[in-house]
Design a protein around this ligand. Structure first.
Ligand code: PMP
Ligand code: GLN
Length: 386
């Protein structure tokens, strides 16, 4: 492994999911639903396969049906207009979109600001692009209100002459923070003032329980400097399909496409047709998804509180971050390694999402995108911890 990737051996998700399988534990570590997405969308994929749509290399930017559906989704939910031919790119999940965006836009030595704790692929992709990551730490706020907040002064101070872009994620994995309009406006003003690009990972855009998701591309001055990323994995519960997308100006999208061409060339064909149909599902689908997850959030958060954890109740995503110190623990990594033996549950230590490991040492993340009976069983097991 070269020096750029040193330290990025195995993702925590692979490690923890293997641990769950090995110990027969309930896996609340890796974020994937244990129920597949809508039957009609699966049928659409089967139909495409059978009818021979997408079984050979589809067009590089994505099949036109899907690009049109993505543009339609951006208009319908966010009031954002994108030309499906020049301003939309289909990728192999959001993961490839993030990689391709960073590889396309970051020069070696450029600084990339990201909100810490951050999704693990960010650090690896910044490294592969030869960039330097500059973390700005989100910290839990005491008292009522959203769980984690961004310190805007720290963000401003993080910008230097070498800053190329801000890599955002809202709703935020692992904290469940949904950035507010005030925070996003401040970030947007900073980006305009310092002439920065923003790459925004919005894969949890439809999983918001409190507040609202605001795409930063919709704020003044941002459309022309924002690469927006999302994915069908979370919204339609098909994380295995790896269909994601990028929207932005023709210049930005074509830059990302240049990198994508040499990563995967194209993304799997038949699933693209199915996701095009999924995006057109009625509002009731999106509402039901959210309400189902809201109930699960409340179930798991309540159970974790009862078990003695301090819970930073998420406003969005399907993750809940807890503080393990009330349980007399302080090392989340050791806690997560021991948890399967102690009670048959797997979680993820937030420390792995930090550069400043001490900031995140005592936080542990649990996923609640699981069937109700699974969550109930997990809560019961966790209740026996203390
Ligand atoms: N970004 C974030 C914040 C995520 O949580 C995930 C989920 N693994 C991804 C990107 C990757 O999405 P995809 O599975 O579409 O590649
Ligand atoms: N996004 C999911 C998580 O955060 C899964 C990521 C992965 O397996 N790479 O758990």
């Amino acid at each position: 492994l070269n020096r750029r990737l040193a330290g990025f051996g195995t993702t925590v998700f692979a490690e923890m999911s293997a641990l769950a399988v090995r110990t027969g534990s309930i896996n609340l570590g890796q974020g994937f639903p244990d129920t597949d997405g809508p039957e009609q969308v699966r049928e659409a994929a089967v139909r495409a396969l059978r009818e021979g749509r997408g079984n050979q290399y589809p067009p590089g930017p994505g099949v036109p049906e899907l690009r049109t559906a993505i543009a339609g989704h951006q208009r319908r939910f966010h009031g954002l207009e994108y030309d499906p031919d020049t301003e939309v790119l289909v990728t192999a999940g959001a993961t490839e979109a993030i990689a391709a965006a960073l590889l396309a836009l970051v020069e070696p030595g450029d600084e990339v600001i990201a909100l810490e704790p951050y999704y693990d692929s960010y650090a690896a992709c910044v490294a592969m692009a030869g960039g330097t990551r500059v973390p700005v730490t989100l910290r839990p706020s005491p008292g009522p209100g959203p769980a984690y907040r961004l310190d805007l002064d720290e963000l401003r101070d993080a910008v230097t002459g070498r800053t190329r872009l801000i890599l955002l994620n809202t709703p935020h994995n692992p904290t469940g923070t949904v950035l507010t309009r005030e925070e996003l406006t401040a970030i947007a003003e900073l980006a305009v003032e310092r002439d920065l690009l923003v790459v925004t990972d919005e894969v949890y855009e439809h999983l918001v329980f409190d507040g609202e998701h605001i795409p930063i591309a919709s704020l003044p001055g941002m459309r022309e400097r924002t690469v927006s990323i999302s994915s069908a994995g979370k919204t339609f519960s098909f994380t295995g399909w790896k269909v994601g997308w990028v929207t932005g100006t023709p210049e930005l999208v074509s830059a990302v496409r240049s990198a994508k061409q040499y990563l995967t060339y194209v993304s799997a064909g038949p699933f693209q047709y199915a996701v095009a149909e999924a995006l057109a599902l009625p509002d009731s689908y999106y509402t039901a998804l959210r309400e189902d997850l809201r109930a699960k959030r409340d179930l798991l958060a309540g159970g974790l509180e009862a078990a003695g954890f301090t819970v930073h109740r998420p406003a969005g995503t399907y993750f809940v971050t807890t503080d393990i110190r009330p349980l007399g623990e302080s090392d989340g990594v050791a806690f997560c390694r021991a948890l399967p033996e102690r009670c048959g549950v797997v979680a993820v230590p937030n420390a792995v999402f930090y550069d400043h490991a001490a900031e995140g040492a005592h936080f542990v993340r649990f996923a609640f995108c699981k069937r109700e009976e699974v969550l109930r069983e997990a809560v019961e097991r966790l209740g026996a911890l203390s």
